[in-house]
Design a protein around this ligand. Sequence first.
Ligand SMILES: *[C@@H]1O[C@H](CO)[C@@H](O)[C@H](O)[C@H]1NC(C)=O
Ligand SMILES: *[C@@H]1O[C@H](CO)[C@@H](O)[C@H](O)[C@H]1NC(C)=O
Ligand SMILES: *[C@@H]1O[C@H](CO)[C@@H](O)[C@H](O)[C@H]1NC(C)=O
Ligand SMILES: *[C@@H]1O[C@H](CO)[C@@H](O)[C@H](O)[C@H]1NC(C)=O
Ligand SMILES: *[C@@H]1O[C@H](CO)[C@@H](O)[C@H](O)[C@H]1NC(C)=O
Ligand SMILES: *[C@@H]1O[C@H](CO)[C@@H](O)[C@H](O)[C@H]1NC(C)=O
Ligand SMILES: CC(=O)N[C@H]1CO[C@H](CO)[C@@H](O)[C@@H]1O
Length: 388
Amino acid sequence: MLKLVSILLHISVVLSAQSNVLQFENLGFDGTYWSVASMKDLYSDKCTCELDDDKTSFSGTNAPLNEEVSVHFRGPLVLNKFAYYVSSSFAIDGDDNQDWERLSYYDSSSQTSENVTFLTKAGKNSTCLGVGLTYADTDGISKSDSSQILAEDTLIKSEEEFVIFSNISCGSSKVGGDCQVYRDDIPAYHGFYGTTKMFLFEFKMPEEDSVEKGSVYNWNMPAIWLLNAQIPRTSQYSLNSNCSCWASGCGEFDIFEVKNYTDSDVDKLFATIHDYQGTGYINEGIQIDSYIERNYDETMKGGVVFDNDGNAIVFVSNSTTFDQSIGADDINSVIKALGSASTLELSSVEPVSTSTAGGSSASSSKDSSGSIANVSTWMITLFTFLLF
Ligand SMILES: *[C@@H]1O[C@H](CO)[C@@H](O)[C@H](O)[C@H]1NC(C)=O
Ligand SMILES: *[C@@H]1O[C@H](CO)[C@@H](O)[C@H](O)[C@H]1NC(C)=O
Ligand SMILES: *[C@@H]1O[C@H](CO)[C@@H](O)[C@H](O)[C@H]1NC(C)=O
Ligand SMILES: *[C@@H]1O[C@H](CO)[C@@H](O)[C@H](O)[C@H]1NC(C)=O
Ligand SMILES: *[C@@H]1O[C@H](CO)[C@@H](O)[C@H](O)[C@H]1NC(C)=O
Ligand SMILES: *[C@@H]1O[C@H](CO)[C@@H](O)[C@H](O)[C@H]1NC(C)=O
Ligand SMILES: CC(=O)N[C@H]1CO[C@H](CO)[C@@H](O)[C@@H]1O
């Protein structure tokens, strides 16, 4: 018993460890989710959403996060640089790697932008979809009538958000269309495709000094995350789980997220996946228990690499570069130089007991304890620990 207690103590030390590399392994599984089929009466009390009768199936490496994703930012945050890359073949431990080619780019200081569209929640407020997306003005949060890029050093405050999509417009909104069904009063763009893709950021997450504590829910809790691009095009924050594919697990990947403003957590950036791989609890998701330190005063650089072996590697490194092309070996050595990663190997399946849980039941999972997922998380951490 004492031995168990001491092992558990060791685990809790490992659980709260600071790291510069957080790595999910075995990412991707065979599953299904429901896309939205229709949205009606957006601005009346009769507002309704319906999911497609046919499930959308996904499978393979990094699925469903191999689908197109949009990139989301919450303040307090300054985005200095953003870049999106693809590679035809890259594995973090592989030896047949191809270079990364940059397909999208934004640089605040030179006011350069390639293949990006900044959107924000400044549209009309629908009864069941919430506030719609519009083009973001140069401050990141006001409505613009056309695509703009953020002004140099734009600081968004707590709770404020903007999103980056590609500059490729969606075809018509319909089931089976290139962007599926989307809210018809938004500028709708494609997200960023790829099984093997990489997002790099240069950013600041300064202390909140202008919004009063307690006045907003996500006070002093900056974040950078990815959503299946269908989600924001229908509804990001609807309480009605039929208004987006999120609740049925089309995918969210939190790259750098402060999850609580308490003193012990406000400087910790966690990485979390929200889908049903190895968990039945979409709200909690699966989090790597180690964290990256939030640096208030310095510019941070880093990002996430999705490789073709099912690894998703979140890292911060001052050696991060944003060149048009980045050598496979260069990325590998940037990451390797950071020391050993805190890893979490995902289970290959969704739990049987919840595999039939669709959008409608998922919204009630918020209060569930998630104990099964946590036990396996602990065991994996324990194995990692004992191996050292
Ligand atoms: C999208 O971005 C690319 C790269 O910057 C550019 O060549 C292209 O003209 C842009 N397309 C549109 C529709 O803005
Ligand atoms: C949008 O409307 C809902 C009620 O339908 C309300 O609760 C919410 O505060 C509104 N949001 C904004 C930003 O006005
Ligand atoms: C813009 O990004 C999208 C990402 O989905 C990609 O398909 C497209 O090829 C990119 N455009 C250019 C000009 O690189
Ligand atoms: C979602 O749609 C299903 C099927 O039409 C329905 O049974 C369920 O009540 C809806 N859920 C919500 C939250 O409206
Ligand atoms: C932060 O932690 C406190 C205390 O544990 C809790 O009451 C609060 O709900 C948490 N806030 C968030 C946003 O999770
Ligand atoms: C990056 O550089 C800054 C400023 O020199 C430093 O404070 C920070 O610790 C460095 N970050 C990493 C991950 O090495
Ligand atoms: C009861 C409990 O400890 N739940 C935790 C399980 O793990 C998730 C992350 O994987 C946490 O968010 C839950 O709080």
